[in-house]
Design a protein around this ligand. Structure first.
Ligand SMILES: CC(C)(COP(=O)(O)OP(=O)(O)OC[C@H]1O[C@@H](n2cnc3c(N)ncnc32)[C@H](O)[C@@H]1OP(=O)(O)O)[C@@H](O)C(=O)NCCC(=O)NCCS
Length: 180
């Protein structure tokens, strides 16, 4: 699947490039970001960023359906719908300096809208640590509903923590969009 370049109110969602690697290392290298993420190593190195960028859909035909979030100054975060061939699974991170401005709600809403319009899929999965109030709010604002406990291993903390699986039905997303 080719990932799009999309414009939302204040942001661009665009394919990841090799030039983003330095920003990724400095932003994901922050423990405050990675402490919430499954599957992401800590400390986070240039080799990790290179591996991640190169396995995205920008570089591989069947690569991860991820896009960079860009505020015009460069990459400030990422949103992903997981690997093609698997049910869409939403994951995201935003660099700490950019938290609290509504950016992730905007980015997630824009990518999900594009995905439902172009893919014919009717459901997206996600999950979040129970302690991650901000992320749970992003999910529920988008229309995701809790679907039960799903403990998550966090490599940067070397432990499994309580977490919840979430599901978004296309009809719930559309209903919220119409009401907004
Ligand atoms: C979680 C994260 C994506 C939130 O991004 P953000 O751009 O700050 O989120 P938004 O500004 O869109 O906030 C959405 C809502 O959550 C609330 N919120 C955000 N961070 C919060 C926090 N730490 N505690 C409580 N509420 C929070 C906002 O106030 C907003 O509420 P509102 O719509 O009622 O005003 C960001 O903090 C992040 O990337 N954290 C590290 C990585 C991570 O947790 N990824 C998700 C893994 S599941």
């Amino acid at each position: 699947m080719t990932m799009p370049s999309l414009r939302s109110g204040r942001l661009w969602l665009r394919p990841v490039t090799s030039a983003d690697m330095g920003r990724i290392v400095s932003l994901v290298g922050n423990f405050q970001v990675v402490r919430n993420l499954g599957r992401v190593p800590h400390p986070y190195t240039m080799a990790d960023a290179k591996w991640w960028v190169n396995q995205t859909a920008a570089f591989q035909e069947d690569g991860e359906r991820a896009v960079a979030i860009d505020d015009g100054t460069g990459m400030i975060g990422a949103v992903s719908l997981g690997s093609p061939g698997e049910q869409a699974s939403l994951g995201y991170w935003l660099g700490e300096p950019y938290w609290g401005s509504g950016y992730m709600s905007e980015a997630v809403g824009t990518l999900v809208d594009w995905f439902f319009k172009t893919s014919g899929e009717t459901e997206i999965l996600s999950s979040a640590l129970d302690e991650n109030t901000g992320s749970i709010k992003v999910l529920t604002k988008t229309g995701f509903k809790a679907a039960g406990p799903k403990p998550l291993f966090i490599p940067s903390r070397a432990k499994t923590l309580p977490a919840t699986a979430f599901r978004l039905q296309r009809s719930d997303f559309e209903r919220r969009k119409t009401a907004a």
